[in-house]
Design a protein around this ligand. Structure first.
Ligand SMILES: Cc1ncc(COP(=O)(O)O)c(C=O)c1O
Length: 492
């Protein structure tokens, strides 16, 4: 028998169970070479008494080590270190692995229907002026890490398990409270579904509301990812013009007279991409039309907090006693898009239907993160962050507007937006923006192609320039580079 002493930390408040600690200590001895393949281990009784623990604890540690392949039971009474250790086996396996022939470029069957167009491209070193990008450098890393760690440590057994597809109850409650106090939306816990961003909210709504062939009206220009979600459920998507007052409700009314419209998707607060706010008269007309025709209004309020002139305009959902508005919100702008957290707020029967669809899409959200976010909302951390970010973005909006006026005063016409994270500018005297976006890229500035916002995919002489993701110095540099891009663009 090998002669060695096993050191096992035995403090009562140790985060790991005793069994795990014993198993870990034995693995350490094997790794250090003090126990070698084939060496006999002391009997469980001997080891238990030397460690001052119950024999069953040692037996459980042996079971775990056997299952992982570290030790082998020679007989009922004799246990030895395995002849081929798991790590050595793994090394042999990887050393032997030959690179295999690559998978074929194409699958062996047709790729129809063809996939949606590719999303935006990245380019290291370039200044990205993508429209809705928040500044991830402002993310409250410490507060989030603390809340996440606390949630995981205190509630690991429930949070890591399967859970409800509607989202963590604490987050649903916190969101309902936040929406009712800050946005006057009369939401309770049962009215909130936590999703992975607005995009999943749109996808679930499309599944739950739309039968193939049904009509969904959308803003044009507008938000392509929403159109795509409706189309994948088989919707016939119909564009409605947007002007300086938002979506043209008369045009929508005319569409309703020609055909049955199931739903209308709108971004009333800061219209995507034009940034205009839906006028009061149109808001009332839209709500009245929805009521008259039993249409669902899907209201995407994606950057509510970021309003710089006066108070944010209240959502349509705040004035909807009849349950026509389905309200979508997201943390992608307020916190970070990579968290993938959004919400649907709607009458409880719709939330229940969406939750049933959700089970087959991704089962449930990230419950540890949801619990952590609930704590951040309850403790006011999210509100503090939003205030800090709003002040920074206000400064950046003004810095970009000033720099563009200075560098491109003749070539770009725009109004300073009252809210949102982007500025919508017309390229004076040009027919499209493709050439501008290309030249901007070659000067090291990334601008989203305007075609992606046009319903017919056609080019338009407008650009959406995000100001939130970069500090004023970078924004000024971006404006200088854009000037070079404009001067070099000949397409008119
Ligand atoms: C109109 C609109 N809705 C929603 C979002 C956010 O989407 P998600 O919550 O899926 O990140 C964006 C982001 O660019 C947007 O522009």
């Amino acid at each position: 028998m090998a002669r060695w002493t096993l050191h096992v930390p035995i403090e009562d408040d140790h985060p790991q169970p005793l069994t795990t600690r014993i198993a870990h200590a034995i693995v350490q001895e094997i790794r250090r070479g003090r126990l070698r393949p084939g060496d006999a281990l002391p009997g469980s009784r001997t080891l238990a008494s030397s460690l001052g623990v119950h024999r069953n604890t040692v037996l459980a540690a042996f079971d775990a080590l056997r299952a992982e392949g570290w030790i082998e039971a020679e007989s009922a009474r004799e246990t030895r270190v395995a002849a081929a250790l798991p790590e050595a086996r793994a090394k042999r396996f990887s050393a032997r692995a030959e690179p295999r022939a690559a998978l074929p470029e194409q699958p062996g069957f047709s790729l129809t229907p063809s996939p949606p167009p590719r999303e935006r491209e990245e380019e290291p070193g370039a200044i990205a002026l993508f429209g809705g990008q928040p500044d991830l450098g402002l993310f409250p890393v410490d507060a989030y890490a603390r809340a996440f760690r606390r949630a995981l440590k205190m509630r690991q057994k429930t949070l890591l398990d399967y859970g409800s597809p509607v989202g963590h109850p604490a987050l649903r409650r916190a969101v309902a409270q936040m929406l009712s106090s800050l946005r006057a939306v009369a939401a309770r816990e049962e009215n909130v579904l936590v999703t992975r961003g607005s995009q999943q909210a749109l996808d679930l709504l499309a599944r739950a509301l739309i039968a193939p062939g049904q009509v969904v009206a959308v803003e044009s220009m507008g938000y392509g990812p929403a159109w795509q979600a409706f189309r994948s459920a088989g919707a016939a998507v119909e564009p409605i013009t947007v002007d300086a007052h938002g979506i043209n409700v008369d045009e929508l009314d005319a569409l309703c007279q020609r055909t049955e419209v199931r739903a209308v998707y709108v971004t009333p607060h800061h219209q995507y991409p034009t940034t205009v706010t839906l006028s009061a008269a149109r808001r009332m007309a839209l709500l009245a039309l929805a009521k008259r025709r039993s249409i669902a209004i899907i209201e995407d309020d994606y950057d509510h907090e970021f309003h710089y002139e006066g108070r944010p305009v209240l959502p349509l959902a705040s004035g909807d006693p009849d349950g026509h508005v389905v309200y979508i919100a997201t943390l992608s702008k307020m916190l970070a898009p990579g968290l993938r957290v959004g919400f649907v707020v709607a009458p409880a029967a719709l939330i229940d239907a969406l939750a049933r669809w959700r089970v087959y899409v991704d089962r449930q959200g990230d419950r540890v993160m949801e619990a952590a976010l609930a704590e951040m909302i309850e403790e006011g951390e999210l509100a503090r962050h939003a205030r800090r970010a709003r002040l920074a973005y206000l400064e950046r909006r003004d810095a970009l507007a000033e720099a563009l006026r200075k560098e491109l005063g003749e070539e770009l016409a725009f109004e300073v937006p009252r809210g949102g994270l982007a500025l919508w500018a017309r390229l004076v005297g040009r027919r499209g923006a493709d050439g501008f976006c290309e030249r901007a890229r070659s000067q090291g500035v990334l601008v989203q192609r305007t075609r992606t916002m046009a319903f017919d995919g056609g080019d338009r002489p407008w650009v959406r320039l995000g100001f939130a993701g970069n500090d004023p110095t970078l924004l000024r540099e971006a404006a200088r580079r854009l000037r070079r891009a404009v001067r070099a663009t000949s397409t008119r």
